[in-house]
Design a protein around this ligand. Structure first.
Ligand code: SF4
Length: 325
């Protein structure tokens, strides 16, 4: 199936890797969990969770002594928070390598924040004496996974409470799921171009810079092997979608879309659409208001390019982040 054959409202279920404790599994050092409301109450029905716990995989048991990152003789180690002579670095590195290999078919990953194994960023690093350093970094497993699969959409639970970051993650997750589907069907040059066509406005809403780079990248599909080009292309798209889409950027895209109707719409309808976009820009309306009006006009004046744009529905409607954008 080519990307063009996928209707906008067809939802592909991403395989979402998660730190097991974030979906309620009692695998933390104290036998508890760190359940995320967003994951369990909102996202669960739209994805298939694939839980990972690197510390359990490393054989550290539940419950187990708390551990933390430490800089010892210039090397990053994982030691006991209370027992500095407990060093579990080798077991954790080995387990993480195995889990990273098993993650190759995932669409994305949500990590548990602050963990020395799963934290995506800003995990504290200590001296052996227990004094904290200014330096922070990613947890051992998270670091390996993100380096092995740089295009894979990753986030951590705390950051997903930020509406703009959540919106960016959902766009990346479901776009990457669509990408995986066409790759599984045997990527062709035509499929790559279809995918690009359908994600143009979405990419523009997040990062005009990446949008402007993506087109030229695909201008000569014979200049290099398709698989290499595809790898560079999807990395660029995922980097672009990681940039948050603000009201200002959405307004630019909405104005751009409005231009497609300039020949068809009556003056009064054109003014109403412009006014709605401006009211959205001022924060008086949610994004869905001008989007619904554009969709309404699209039903009356069909345009094959616009009708295929995932900008209108980048991920399931029920997940739409309303409050900020
Ligand atoms: S290692 Fe990761 S999954 Fe396991 S308890 Fe710690 S944060 Fe949760």
């Amino acid at each position: 199936m080519s990307d063009t054959d996928q209707p906008l409202n067809e939802v592909i279920k991403p395989r979402l890797g998660v730190s097991a404790c974030t979906i309620g599994e009692k695998v933390r050092f104290d036998g508890g969990h760190k359940q995320s409301e967003f994951l369990l109450k909102e996202l669960a029905q739209w994805v298939t969770f694939v839980p990972f716990c690197p510390e359990v995989k490393a054989g550290l048991g539940v419950p187990r002594p708390a551990i933390r990152l430490a800089s010892i003789d210039g090397q990053l180690r994982v030691i006991g928070s209370k027992k500095a002579d407990l060093d579990v670095t080798d077991a954790l590195v080995f387990a993480s390598d195995e889990l990273v290999e098993q993650a190759s078919d995932l669409t994305g990953f949500v990590f548990c924040a602050k963990s020395p194994s799963c934290g995506m960023e800003r995990v504290k690093v200590y001296l052996q004496s227990g004094d904290p350093l200014a330096q922070t970094q990613s947890g051992i497993f998270a670091d390996k996974l993100m380096k092995c699969y740089p295009a894979m959409p990753c986030e951590e639970t705390g950051r997903l409470n930020d509406q703009l970051l959540r919106e960016s993650f959902l766009c990346r997750l479901f776009s990457y799921a669509r990408w995986q589907t066409i790759c599984q069907n045997g990527l062709t040059a035509a499929m790559l171009l279809d995918f690009h066509q359908r994600h143009k406005m979405l990419l523009m809403a997040h990062s005009e810079r990446h949008y402007r780079q993506a087109g030229p990248m695909l201008s000569d599909l014979k200049a290099q092997p398709l698989t290499e080009l595809a790898e560079r292309y999807i990395q660029l798209v995922m980097d672009g979608l990681r940039v948050v889409a603000t009201r200002k950027k959405h307004t630019n895209v909405l104005m751009h879309l409005q231009g497609y109707f300039k020949k068809n719409l009556e003056k009064v309808d054109k003014s109403a659409l412009t006014e709605m976009i401006l009211r959205y820009q001022q924060g008086l309306l949610p994004l869905t208001a001008p989007l619904e009006m554009l969709k309404h006009h699209l039903r009356h004046y069909p345009d094959s390019y616009l009708q295929l744009q995932y900008y209108f529905q980048p991920y399931p409607e029920a997940l739409r982040v309303q409050s900020v954008i």
